[in-house]
Design a protein around this ligand. Structure first.
Ligand SMILES: [Zn+2]
Length: 344
């Protein structure tokens, strides 16, 4: 099969012909119709996250099951599927209580610990494939349907984790990116009172407004907390969702929280930041992290799209062989919403 292969840290993806995957016991193989290309994947392409080389990246797939290993009885050849990004055990305490992103036996990520979807075929443990519900036209829209399993599911989890209510004002930091745009969309769907897009690239604001934002804050101008306080007439925001997570964005988000405010961190920057304990206490603030989504949240997200509640924003669709060009644009922050590779 043809695959775009990462052969060493921070090198261009290379189109290669590699052996077709063969399913072992408990595994399945799907033909890939499309695979999303986002920043999470680019971190591995750029060498910020180490993987074993050579590696085929990608996890946001639309696929069709073509082969089953022994002992797989809950999938059939021809089933349309997407993938669950985390390799979890399904048996530990955290898996059992529907918090499987905290799995004690976490096995890594699809497209990092195991080969992913930047290829004509993908082999995974059968339980990593999730069947698509009826009502999704996956043959016609494989790119959009492929990205639901992360780009929609991650925001759906944030809405639950931060308990977003109709009276809430929500600010999204990094709103123009692939997850950010969908976070705006999902916050609008959750009937938040006001949704504010924060980004350093004003060129992305038109898309943010179309995707569900009511207002924008240009972080390149600085004084982000002050701008947010002004937009809320001094009340402050109820929920700050930070996909960037530098000290600067986290401190601006914290500083803009009103009474009862919740700050959700999803970025991987790893910079420490300052938060005032007195403000935490006086305003009963909450700071929380949110990792990806549970299988059920992925299934819920697929169902939301199947019911017409929302539609993923894939702004660039390219053939497999052009994956590297997409990653060059991701590296420069030039892609608004999601990009995806579409197989022939
Ligand atoms: Zn587990």
């Amino acid at each position: 099969m043809k695959a775009m292969v990462l052969t060493a840290a921070n090198t261009p993806l290379v189109l290669e012909t590699v052996p077709d995957p063969v399913p072992g016991p408990g595994e399945a193989v799907a033909r890939v119709l499309a695979c999303g290309a986002g920043l999470t994947i680019h971190h591995a392409r750029a060498g910020r996250i180490k993987v074993e080389y050579p590696r085929i990246l990608g996890h946001e797939i639309t696929g069709e099951i073509v082969a089953l290993g022994s002992g797989v009885d809950d999938l059939r050849v021809g089933d349309p599927v997407t993938a669950y990004f985390y390799l979890t055990c399904g048996r530990c305490h955290w898996c059992r209580i529907n918090r499987e992103t905290l799995c004690d036996n976490f096995g890594g990520y699809v497209g990092r610990a195991t080969d992913g979807g930047y290829a004509e075929y993908i082999k995974l443990p059968a339980r990593s494939f999730l069947q698509l519900p009826p009502g999704l036209d996956w043959r016609k829209h494989p790119a959009e349907i492929g990205v639901i399993c992360d780009a929609i599911a991650t925001p759906v989890k944030v809405i639950r984790r931060a308990r977003v209510m109709p009276s809430d004002t929500v600010a999204v930091f990094g709103a123009g990116g692939g997850l950010g745009v969908h976070m705006l969309m999902v916050a609008r769907w959750a009937r938040a009172r006001k949704v504010i897009a924060v980004d350093v690239m004003a060129s992305k604001f038109e898309t943010c407004l179309k995707s569900g934002a009511d207002a924008t804050v240009d972080a390149a101008e600085g004084k982000v907390a002050e701008q947010l306080l002004e937009l809320t007439h001094g009340k402050g925001i109820d929920v700050a969702i930070d996909f960037v997570c530098t000290a600067g964005t986290l401190e601006a988000a914290f500083g803009a929280l009103g009474k009862g405010g919740r700050l959700v961190a999803l970025g991987g920057h790893g910079e420490p930041f300052k938060a005032q304990p007195a403000a935490l206490l006086r305003k009963e603030l909450e700071i929380m992290g949110s990792r990806y989504a549970t299988r059920q949240e992925v299934l819920d997200s697929l169902d939301l799209v199947a019911r017409g509640e929302m539609w993923p924003l894939v702004t660039e669709k390219v053939p497999l062989a052009q994956a590297e060009a997409v990653h060059q644009r991701l590296d420069k922050g030039l892609i608004t919403g999601r990009a995806a590779l579409v197989m022939n």
